[in-house]
Design a protein. Structure first.
Ligand code: UN1
Length: 509
């Protein structure tokens, strides 16, 4: 049995009730893997995991289901996603409870994550009637030239702990309306959230009468994920995680000419100019740097501040950091929850030590707190570190709430510093000077996939494409025309002339 009687805590039993409400059945539980909560370090459940054979069977089933699903008209495919969105709305609180217990998010962010799923479902349902292809004028008389977008195949989704269900849902909602089938390998840290999200999708699929294997969840480890990466039946691998992971899987997928969407590390910065509204900037910075305890891909990690306002801004920031309530997200008043695990805490301490060795000064934060109350959880004070230059440690993404502050004299220098890191996910400028704002979002401005004006780096809406350049991996997910990555483009030339004129004026028989 997953938990003995004495192990069933209040948190574990409330998570279990939410899992049941979402439709997770007894068959999910077992003794292969333990799920823990970063809120307290307590064990939440024991789970059954998939063997290599189970992963292969899931891929085979999804590949088989694709043969039927691809011919279902796209607007009808949209019905499954529509129903999923309704079920997510109905069970928003249940799923948020699980996400909170397992990923450590505060209530509003856990609910926001589920809202992001509902939003992408709405978006995808609309998109299911808009898989537009162009027609182009043919150079030949009596010919029509056009493009058609067709389903691609099986999409393998590899997702991270920090957005355990939203990023998966961006991929799944679009893949399903595109006519693809999906096999999902979630982070080993957040299997419970995955089970709940997948159980709701299973209900939507069953109620809509769609083939049941259009989605498969594989509760498996890294070796299981490797099978998805290497299997030629998986047409597209969409992976979110570290640069290290991306470096490992991208060549493996390329070797078999599969496609990838990679959403890897971010090292997101804001430039604060002399004209910036500092109170607005302050709020934008604190949410982006401290929200989700600095564990978003989009978390703000660097501040590049004009030298004329740096003292004023850092003073405001240090004061604001001093008022943050750190503690269990189960209490509404807390804004900063725990780091995901001990490894994260150690990485944070190492980065702070490196920063100091490289000339940095810690202005506030960095200490572990609440150790008596939660000896097995890792709550930390978010840190601000003043750096004299953008040293080696600032070039790394440390998945924890550390904000490095640097200064600049002119905007060109600020943009050069901004773009000098290997990652390219999200960025922001705070300014009231329109020319500066335009410069920042221009071709020679921020080199990131996301470049914002007067808002922070995190908390993107689903309507725009999400992703970034350089070591972030180049993939785009979610809104705009990201759906195209989940489809294959066919060019059709239709000849209704009764003649056979050749293009480019070529003469043959
Ligand atoms: C992530 O951290 O991988 O823009 C995704 C944001 C969220 C998504 C983050 N909408 O912060």
């Amino acid at each position: 049995m997953p938990l003995t009687q004495t192990e069933i805590t209040e948190l574990a039993s409330s998570v279990r009730a939410s899992l049941t409400a979402c439709g997770v059945t007894e068959s999910a539980y077992g003794t292969d893997h333990d799920a823990f909560s970063p809120l307290t370090g307590e064990r939440l459940a024991g789970l059954r995991t998939a063997t290599n054979e189970d992963v292969d069977a899931a891929i085979a089933a999804a590949a088989e289901a694709f043969k039927t699903w691809r011919d279902v008209p796209a607007p009808l495919r949209g019905n499954v996603v529509k129903r999923w969105g309704e079920l997510l709305t109905e069970h928003k609180q249940d799923l948020a409870n699980i996400v909170q217990a397992e990923a450590g998010k505060i209530t509003s962010e856990a609910l926001g994550e589920v809202q992001e799923m509902i939003d992408i479902c709405d978006f995808a349902v609309g998109q299911s009637r808009m898989l537009y292809g162009k027609t182009m004028p043919s150079e030949r008389p009596g010919h029509r030239l056009m493009e058609t977008w067709h389903p691609l195949g099986v999409v393998g989704i590899i997702s991270a702990f920090n957005f355990p269900v939203a990023v998966y849902s961006w991929n799944t909602a679009l893949a399903l309306i595109a006519g693809d089938t999906v096999v999902w390998k979630p982070s080993g840290i957040t299997f419970l959230s995955a089970l709940a999200a997948d159980a709701l999708l299973a209900r939507a699929v069953a109620e809509s009468g769609a083939p049941k294997d259009i989605h498969r969840l594989v509760v498996t480890d890294r070796a299981g994920g490797q099978r998805l990466v290497k299997d030629p039946r998986v047409a597209l691998v969409s992976a979110t995680g570290s640069v290290r992971m991306g470096r490992e899987i991208a060549p493996q997928v390329a070797e078999r000419f599969g496609r990838v969407i990679l959403e890897l590390g971010g090292n997101n910065a804001a430039v604060i100019t002399p004209s910036a509204d500092l109170d607005l900037a302050l709020r934008g910075i604190v949410f982006a740097a401290v929200g989700t305890a600095g564990q978003r891909c989009t978390s703000m990690r660097r501040l590049i501040v004009h030298e004329s306002v740096v003292d004023q801004l850092t003073e405001k920031l240090v004061t604001a950091y001093g008022t943050l309530s750190i503690g269990t997200p189960l209490k509404e008043e807390n804004l900063v929850g725990p780091l995901i695990n001990e490894g994260s805490y150690e990485a944070m301490q190492q980065a702070l030590a490196d920063a100091q060795a490289q000339g940095g000064t810690v202005l506030t934060g960095g200490n572990r707190v609440l150790t008596d109350e939660f000896p097995e959880a890792y709550y930390v004070e978010p840190a601000i570190v003043r750096m004299s230059e953008q040293s080696a440690v600032v070039h790394n993404e440390t998945f924890a709430p550390i904000l490095y502050v640097m200064t600049y004299t002119d905007l060109d220098e600020a943009i050069a510093t901004h773009n000098a890191v290997p990652q390219g996910l999200s960025s922001a400028i705070f300014t009231q000077d329109q020319a500066e704002a335009e410069r920042f979002i221009s071709a020679s401005g921020s080199d990131c996939g996301i470049a914002n004006v007067n808002i922070g780096t995190s908390g993107a809406e689903i309507g725009g494409a999400f992703g970034g350049e350089k070591e972030t991996g180049g993939g785009r997910e979610s809104g705009s025309d990201s759906w195209k990555a989940y489809m294959r483009q066919a060019t059709n030339t239709v000849n209704y002339s009764g003649q056979l004129p050749l293009a480019q004026g070529v003469k043959f028989i």
